[in-house]
Structures are given as structure tokens and as C-alpha cells.
Design a binder for this molecule. Structure first.
Ligand SMILES: Cc1ncc(COP(=O)(O)O)c(C=O)c1O
Length: 363
């Protein structure tokens, strides 16, 4: 197979690719951050310079999503997986349960962890369709007594996205780890949004939480204070040392998004990229995408080869052609192209070119 180009594109689901411009900034600023004479890695988080960086990061995020003062932003650690347990611990009263939409792999993880702490009512599940579609809102069976309703806005491993967000009576809580800042949000519908940073927000180590003020309440007994939303809100996310390097990279990413047209531009680019790739899959009998078209994720495009025995050859040759990390989620298999904000359209064009060539030779 011909080598199409020497450029390399990283389709990893996370930690994911960063824009070359941001990587260059990190490299250039690393030894001497903001003329402080020291690296950002060496800044005390209590210094006025670092406090300013946190304030700027918060202001940039508020500007990008028009987040009003009725919400607090928390910079937490432990990843989205820690949030799976922290949600019931922070938001529910003793004995109270929560509603969960079982939409795929990550929703299942969130449910399993929440069940360790509180009753869980699964309002609808896509399991009977092998998670190839998001259960329609009309089928949800909410519990009116639930403390909140949890959704996974984008199923990273299954390649599904919730296209719309319902208006609910209980606080809507969303794991947006894989599609945060890839589309505009009706923020007023949410009680809480959380997202690990290593996909659209920079590097691993930081988990962003946006929480409506009325959901902040005194830490329940037994919850470590560092994991209390109220405590971190009171201390401006400096109850303990925040993940300073991840925060710095997130700040750079937010400014990169602003320079490149903000969230509407990210959404338009995501549509353009994913249309190109799904188009290639749908116009071929060699590739297939079982996901219901209306629920397909524009961010994590998952597909299979109709001859699964060719998957490893596909992946090896793709890697050799500079198309890296295309293997599907370990629990799901197949191929997955993660197309986060930094992925240029040219990366997808290269992948489509490779797929067409591969089909011609092996189909
Ligand atoms: C939707 C979703 N939720 C949660 C997680 C877990 O994130 P973390 O590894 O930061 O705990 C992931 C990781 O890929 C994810 O895609």
C-alpha cells in the first residue's frame, strides 16, 4: 500500500491530540512562565500569578459557554470516574435515589459506581439494542422522587450522542467528558455538568465540574473534604493543590477555542469531519456502522469491517500510514476514530483516503 503522506494524525480517544499551536506554546513557555523566571510546573498554586491563571481560565470558560453566576466552576481531580461516586455522595440525601439513563459503556460505569452509594433507577436502557441507539425520551421512566437524573451526553466507546437535552423537574446531571465544548449547550437545563480534561480540554489530571449554586450543600459525613463540591466552591478549587499543569493546559486550550471561532465553530467543524467519515462508511459494503444514524456521535465515530478478520491488518497499515490509535474501545472492538476539537478536517480526509484504498485492495 502506498504511503499517503509523512504527516501523523492521532485518533486516540484520550488522552487525545492537542493542537500543534498549543504544544508549541507549552514548549516555548515551559522554562520561564510569564517572565516569572520559573516553569509553570514550579508555581505555588497560592501565588498571585497562579490564582490569576485560574481566574482567567474560569473567565474564558464562562465566556465560551455564557455560564451565568448562578453556576460555580470547580477544578477537581480523580477524573470523571471519581465523579461517578461523588455525585450521589454530594447531591443525594440519605436513602434518596437517582435516575440514570443507561446509554452505553460509560453510563454503565456511572451506574455501577452510583449503586455502591445509593439506590439507582434506570429510566431507560439501550442494552436490548446492544447500545446502537439512544433510548428515546418518550420511553424514559423517571422516578419523581429522584435526587437527579444522570445522562452521558456522548458515549465515547459506543459512538452515540444524545442530540437533545430534556427539560426535567429534577436536576439534570451530565457526563460530558467526550463532547464538552464541541457544541453549544442549553445550560439552564442542567444542574451539573462534569468533564475530564484529557479529550477536549487539554491533558489528564483535571476534571471540570459546573454546578448550579443551589446544589451546593454542606459535605455529608464521611466524604473527604477535598471531594466536597461545597468545600471546593468555598475555597475556589484551592482546598488542596489543584492539578496545576492540567489547569495551565486547559487555559491554553480555551484560548485556542476562542481564537478559532468559539463553540459554534467547533460544532460546525465536528459536523463537517464526521459527515465525511460516516459518508465513507455508509457508501461502502466493506465498512459498516450499526449505530442508528440520528444518534451517531460526531466526536467518536465507531465502525467495523464487514470482514472482522481484517481489522488488525487495517489497524497496522493505518498506523504505518500515520493514522494512529484507531482501535475501538477494548470492551467493544472494531474501529474508532475520535475527532475532538483539535482534529483538522485534513486528518479525516487522510483517513477516508486510506479506507478507500484499503477497501480497493482487500474488498
Ligand atoms: C464519557 C466518559 N466518561 C468517563 C470517562 C472516564 O474518565 P476518567 O478516565 O477521567 O475517569 C471516560 C473516559 O474515556 C469517558 O469517555
Amino acid at each position: 500500500m502506498a504511503c499517503i503522506s509523512s504527516e501523523r494524525y492521532n485518533f486516540a480517544s484520550g488522552p487525545a491530540m492537542l493542537p500543534a499551536e498549543v504544544l508549541g506554546q507549552i514548549r516555548d513557555e515551559l522554562p520561564n512562565w510569564r517572565n516569572s523566571g520559573a516553569s509553570v510546573l514550579e508555581q505555588p498554586f497560592t501565588s498571585s500569578a497562579f490564582k490569576q491563571l485560574m481566574a482567567e481560565t474560569e473567565a474564558d470558560l464562562r465566556a465560551l459557554l455564557a455560564i451565568p453566576d448562578t453556576y460555580r466552576l470547580l477544578f477537581m481531580q480523580g477524573g470523571a470516574s471519581a465523579q461517578f461516586g461523588l455525585l450521589p455522595l454530594n447531591l443525594l440525601h440519605p436513602g434518596q435515589g437517582a435516575d440514570y439513563l443507561e446509554s452505553g459503556h460509560w453510563a454503565r460505569k456511572a451506574i455501577a459506581e452510583a449503586r455502591r452509594h445509593s439506590p439507582v433507577n434506570v429510566i431507560a436502557s439501550g442494552a436490548d439494542r446492544d447500545f446502537t441507539a439512544v433510548p428515546a425520551f418518550e420511553c424514559w421512566q423517571p422516578d419523581p422522587e429522584a435526587g437527579y437524573c444522570h445522562i452521558t451526553s456522548n458515549e465515547t466507546g459506543n459512538g452515540l450522542q444524545l442530540q437533545e437535552f430534556p427539560e426535567l423537574k429534577v436536576p439534570l446531571v451530565a457526563d460530558m467528558t467526550s463532547d464538552f465544548l464541541t457544541r453549544p449547550l442549553p445550560l439552564e437545563r442542567f444542574g451539573l455538568i462534569y468533564a475530564s480534561a484529557q479529550k477536549n480540554l487539554g491533558v489528564a489530571g483535571l476534571c471540570l465540574v459546573i454546578i448550579r449554586n443551589d446544589l451546593l450543600r454542606a459535605p455529608p459525613p464521611g466524604l473527604p473534604a477535598a471531594f466536597s463540591y461545597a468545600m471546593q466552591a468555598e475555597q475556589q478549587s484551592r482546598f488542596n493543590t489543584p492539578p496545576t499543569f492540567a489547569l495551565y493546559v486547559t487555559g491554553l486550550m480555551l484560548r485556542w477555542i476562542r481564537r478559532n471561532g468559539g463553540v459554534p465553530a467547533m460544532a460546525a467543524a465536528a459536523q463537517q469531519r464526521s459527515r465525511l467519515l460516516y459518508g465513507c462508511v455508509d457508501h461502502s459494503d466493506f465498512y459498516q456502522c450499526p449505530q442508528f444514524p440520528a444518534d451517531r456521535s460526531p466526536i467518536n465515530v465507531c465502525f467495523q469491517l464487514t470482514e472482522p478478520g481484517l481489522t488488525d491488518t487495517f489497524l497496522t497499515l493505518a498506523e504505518r500510514n500515520g493514522l494512529a490509535n484507531l482501535r475501538g474501545h477494548a470492551a467493544i472492538g472494531g474501529i474508532r476514530a475520535s475527532l475532538y476539537n483539535p482534529m483538522p478536517l485534513n486528518g479525516v480526509a487522510r483517513l477516508v483516503e486510506f479506507m478507500t484504498d484499503f477497501e480497493r485492495k482487500h474488498g
